[in-house]
Design a protein around this ligand. Structure first.
Ligand SMILES: [Zn+2]
Length: 233
């Protein structure tokens, strides 16, 4: 009997730790983002962002459910063949699934994130991150901190933001829009360490480093909490 109670309590704790943080997540609804020419796609608990670049698309992150993302893209007449660049903030499962929909895309991520997918680091316990099987035309490009990719119409700068994973990163697009991935969570105008973070101390240091920079951007897009407009303590 005691054993059953202990197992029951342990299960409740596991559910609380893993499920409850998702309840406070509120990504943007799918559709055009007001005041911009960008499109948000809602995929379960987070967003992917599509940025038009000439005839092509630049995409930030890749969601958890490729089938659902495909349906959303069809509704918004987005052709996955025209996605030429995908910038991953990190390689957790809920940010990488739809790369299979973008067969012509270069996949960009932090050079520090390579260790998350090459088998050298476990995400939690024995679980390792991985990317879905990529096509022949997909190539992975690892970026150094502050490296800028110049697409002519747009410039994308990576900002390393380690903590949530070893190589988590943010992307500044045209120094106007900042995409923060899971570098922090946002609630009631404050930012704090994101749920499911690997190294909370490092994430906290990342937050200290970027908190004062957020006001420089016209809009700050998180992956799970929509656009944030009130910043930190
Ligand atoms: Zn996430």
């Amino acid at each position: 009997m005691v054993f059953v109670v202990i197992v029951g309590i342990a299960l409740l704790v596991i559910v609380a730790i893993n499920i409850l943080p998702m309840c406070s997540m509120h990504p943007l609804p799918s559709g055009k983002i007001e005041g911009t020419d960008m499109i948000a796609v809602k995929n379960r608990i987070n967003n992917l962002f599509f940025i038009p670049s000439g005839e092509d698309w630049i995409v930030i992150d890749a969601g958890s459910d490729a089938k659902a993302v495909k349906q959303e893209m069809e509704l918004m007449a987005i052709d996955g063949q025209r996605v030429k660049s995908v910038f991953l903030t990190h390689t957790d499962y809920d940010h990488v699934a739809s790369v299979v929909l973008f067969p012509n895309a270069a996949i960009y991520m932090s050079g520090q994130e390579k260790q998350m997918i090459d088998g050298s680091v476990c995400r939690q316990l024995l679980k390792k991150n991985s990317l879905p099987a990529l096509g022949d035309s997909n190539k992975i490009i690892y970026l150094q901190d502050n490296e800028v990719i110049d697409f002519g119409e747009h410039k994308v700068r990576i900002i390393w933001a380690a903590g949530h994973t070893k190589g988590s990163a943010m992307y500044a697009v045209d120094e106007k829009y900042l995409f923060t991935g899971d570098a922090f969570k946002a609630r009631d105008g404050h930012i704090a360490v994101h749920p499911y973070t690997m190294d909370r101390k490092q994430a906290q240091e990342t937050i200290y480093g970027i908190k004062g920079e957020l006001h420089k951007y016209e809009k700050v897009f998180t992956a799970h909490y929509g656009v944030i407009s009130v910043y930190g303590d």
